[in-house]
Design a binder for this molecule. Structure first.
Ligand code: 6PG
Length: 467
């Protein structure tokens, strides 16, 4: 009996993914060092002809049909390298290893080159959608050898989420294209989460709304153009009661956000590429500020904070809806812009329309907006920025005013809205045909003879500024 698919790492994600593979008519074999996890999977699978597992690597590899398709769902970092080393002695030329974790893209490039020498195909495939997604249909972002992908394609297409019947998986490009796209997905995820939390804050502080009202507002938004996984779960979260106290759970949760690094990598790499992603940058910084809880408490005692002026509920709800929609567009626009540039820089040859398409269902950043983004790139695959797409011009024009008003309100009333204001500033700067950076050029030339270019004639100029 040879199995169609192998999976190393039987944590929640791995176990769910393998059961999903089996649900779709493929046989699958799991591997984990932990015998409890192996036993749990065999039990849950119910029929070892369909789902089986072993702690022993040799048993595992020998159970798979060739070319072997082995997916790793283990934590990013050194563990991936050690799992690969353990597998290698038992693999044959043409076998395929798929890293489904959030590995850093340069690690994927290194591993791909290392394994290529040994005749093994290596895929970095981002998998998004959390535990439930893995079980019921994730969005999958694979990159690697195009030929080898043909062997994995039927399985991935079957297990992936479907958007109106279309699978949320596509071959994205060579080398680390899949991990890179997943990294930027997570950067956008950080941006959308930060923006949602700011809007929740304004509604609470300016509208004095209860959690029940907030729950209803987010639920209602989820029926409209803001329809998205993150808005939907926000609504659910706001309705959740606490098990320990009478309170709502959200009010009892410590306001320090953790991070595993993917958002930070997105920002760092955007800096390397020279692509501005301020909404993502500030989302990372806010997680860092949130971690400084003790200092924040001290500082809070040293300064006066204005008490927010109340705003009328209906007006506030309508403004926040517009502002959130506006800022969501900015977060996606920045992420897509980064992908466009990375595609050239790293030779990924990415199809941005295809990426938006596979993000429409299954993943954490799935949203109604992604259908519009897909259309925008279908119309013009070389669109440098979503803000240049005619369909988006109208959406932005209609909502930017509300974003301005809320940013002004936040500043006057001491409510931090860094994601919203960065999104607005990004928009204002990107849409300015003339920025004041001529002055920076003059300063550079003044103190360092760094030269400048002119508006009216070609060439490079230097001025003796100090007379
Ligand atoms: C997904 C998520 C997931 C990520 C978590 C946690 O697409 O399913 O992006 O891959 O691990 O969101 O990320 P942080 O711990 O950095 O918040």
């Amino acid at each position: 009996n040879t199995y169609d698919f192998g999976l190393v790492g039987l944590g929640v994600m791995g176990r769910n993914f393998i059961l999903n593979v089996a649900d779709n008519g493929f046989t699958a074999f799991g591997n984990d060092l932990d015998s409890e996890k192996v036993d749990a999977l065999i039990k849950e699978g119910g029929n070892t002809k369909k789902v089986n597992a072993a702690t022993d690597v040799k048993t595992f590899v020998s159970a798979l049909g060739t070319p072997r398709k082995i997916m790793l769902l283990v934590p990013a970092g050194k563990i991936v390298d050690s799992v690969i080393e353990n597998l290698l002695p038992f693999l044959n030329e043409g076998d395929i290893i798929i890293d489904g974790g959030n590995s850093f893209f340069t690690d994927t490039d290194r591993r791909e080159a290392y394994l290529k020498d040994k005749g093994i195909h290596f895929f970095g495939a981002g998998v998004s959608g959390g535990a439930k997604g893995a079980r019921k249909g994730p969005s999958i972002m694979p990159g690697g050898s195009k030929e080898a992908y043909q062997h994995v394609k039927p399985i991935f297409e079957a297990v992936s989420a479907k958007y109106k019947g279309e699978p949320c998986v596509a071959y994205l490009g060579p080398k680390s294209a899949g991990n890179y796209v997943k990294m930027v997905h997570n950067g956008i995820e950080y941006g959308l989460m930060q923006l949602t939390s700011e809007i929740y804050d304004v509604l609470k502080k300016a509208g004095r709304l209860t959690n029940t009202e907030l729950h209803q507002i987010f639920a209602q938004w989820n029926q409209g153009r803001l329809q998205s996984f993150l808005v939907q779960i926000t609504s659910d979260i706001l309705a959740q009661k606490d098990d320990f106290t009478e309170a709502d759970l959200v009010d009892m949760i410590l306001d320090k956000a953790k991070q595993k690094g993917t958002g930070k990598w997105t920002s760092q790499n955007a800096m390397d590429l020279g692509i501005p992603v301020p909404t993502i940058d500030i989302a990372v910084s806010m997680r860092e500020i949130s971690a400084l809880k003790d200092e924040r408490i001290l500082a809070d005692g040293l300064y006066d904070t204005p008490s927010p002026e109340p705003l009328e509920k209906d007006t506030l709800v309508s403004k926040t809806e517009k502002a959130l929609f506006f800022a969501f567009i900015m977060a996606y626009a920045q992420g897509m812009h980064q992908l466009a540039d990375a595609s050239k820089e790293y030779g990924y040859n990415l199809d941005l329309g295809e990426i938006a398409k596979i993000w429409r269902a299954g993943c954490i950043i799935r949203a109604a907006l992604l259908a519009d983004i897909t259309e925008a790139f279908k119309e013009n695959s070389r669109l440098p920025n979503l803000l240049l797409s005619p369909a988006f011009v109208d959406k932005v024009k209609e909502t930017v005013g509300a974003a301005r008003e809320l940013v002004g309100y936040g500043a006057t009333n001491g409510i931090p809205l860094p994601g919203l204001s960065s999104s607005l500033t990004y928009f204002d700067a990107y849409t300015s045909s003339r920025l004041p950076l001529n002055l920076i050029q003059a300063q550079r030339d003044y103190f360092g003879s760094h030269t400048y270019e002119r508006l009216d004639r070609k060439g490079v100029f230097h001025t003796e500024w100090e007379k």
